[in-house]
Design a protein around this ligand. Structure first.
Ligand SMILES: *[C@@H]1O[C@H](CO)[C@@H](O)[C@H](O)[C@H]1NC(C)=O
Ligand SMILES: *[C@@H]1O[C@H](CO)[C@@H](O)[C@H](O)[C@H]1NC(C)=O
Length: 262
């Protein structure tokens, strides 16, 4: 619980910039003298300083995608759930206007088609445009700065129903696509002075069942052989994790049972 809030805040601070949408009023608000408002400090120190002020009920409130405001600390509410699979898209965190500017965003092809180009530089360019539009929406208070993109699950079974969200079934190709898209979205491998947006890769492993024949994603046990984990699921998860400070990783909803082969 502490960890998820803490990690999320570290990334929120990493994308925050001095003049944009800060997480709190650092001029005269309750946190003005807290280390979180000191932009010369590193994001981990700043996030730690803030999270230490949270009560346990407040931490619990922050374990879901909707973070309520904490008036005591001058913290506004935040919605972590914004989508940008192939362009900034409708989701709880995205507020399209009904007409005029910000009424739409560029919509690229579904990932299954973009993946078919087998062109990593192209995917990086697409990610760069989607991330820039996300940042522009954020500049006008219409979206958060973290996007639950890309879908890193391998397309293993068409009954899943979300195969079009992925670039395909091949673990190596998937890893290349994910890496390229994330680097594009975030504005580089280690962008300075701040990230364009934050990419949240979903989901760690074993998520390719949505709702099938009475079994739903929230309540099934995925029994996966160690061979399948190593060959199908871990290559793209490893790429994401090895980026270290680049991406957030959304855990699967279900229980993951790793079956060790003897
Ligand atoms: C910010 O942190 C630096 C490094 O610890 C410190 O020297 C500086 O005084 C701090 N600034 C404020 C306004 O507290
Ligand atoms: C938790 O969030 C709810 C709104 O979702 C709010 O009513 C409640 O006061 C919050 N609790 C704490 C301790 O902040």
């Amino acid at each position: 619980m502490w960890l998820s809030t803490h990690v999320a805040l570290v990334f929120a601070l990493a994308v925050d910039n001095a003049t944009g949408h800060g997480i709190s009023d650092c001029e005269g608000g309750p946190l003005a003298s807290n280390a979180v408002c000191n932009t010369t400090l590193d994001p981990i120190t700043r996030a730690t300083s803030l999270v230490e002020l949270f009560t346990v009920p407040e931490l619990i409130n922050n374990t879901v995608n909707t973070s309520p405001e904490v008036p005591r600390l001058g913290l506004p509410a935040y919605q972590w759930w914004s989508e940008a699979l192939h362009g900034v898209a409708s989701s709880p965190g995205v507020d399209f206007s009904t007409s005029g500017e910000f009424g739409y965003a560029t919509s690229f092809l579904q990932p299954i088609l973009m993946g078919a180009a087998f062109d990593n530089e192209l995917i990086k360019s697409v990610g760069g445009i989607v991330g820039m539009e996300g940042r522009a929406f954020n500049n006008h208070g219409r979206v958060g700065l973290d996007f639950w993109t890309p879908n890193i699950n391998p397309f293993k079974d068409p009954r899943w129903g979300r195969g079009q969200e992925t670039p395909g079934e091949d673990p190596y190709h998937l890893a290349q696509y994910v890496y390229s898209l994330v680097v594009g979205l975030q504005g580089g491998l280690d962008p300075e002075p701040y990230y364009q947006v934050v990419s949240t890769c979903k989901h760690f492993a074993g998520y390719d069942l949505e709702d099938w024949d009475g079994t739903v994603r929230y309540g099934f046990n995925a029994v996966i052989t160690s061979q399948d984990l190593v060959e199908s699921y871990f290559p793209r998860s490893r790429v994401v994790i090895e980026m270290r400070k680049l991406a957030l990783l959304l855990l699967p909803f279900h229980l993951l049972i790793m079956q060790v082969l003897v």
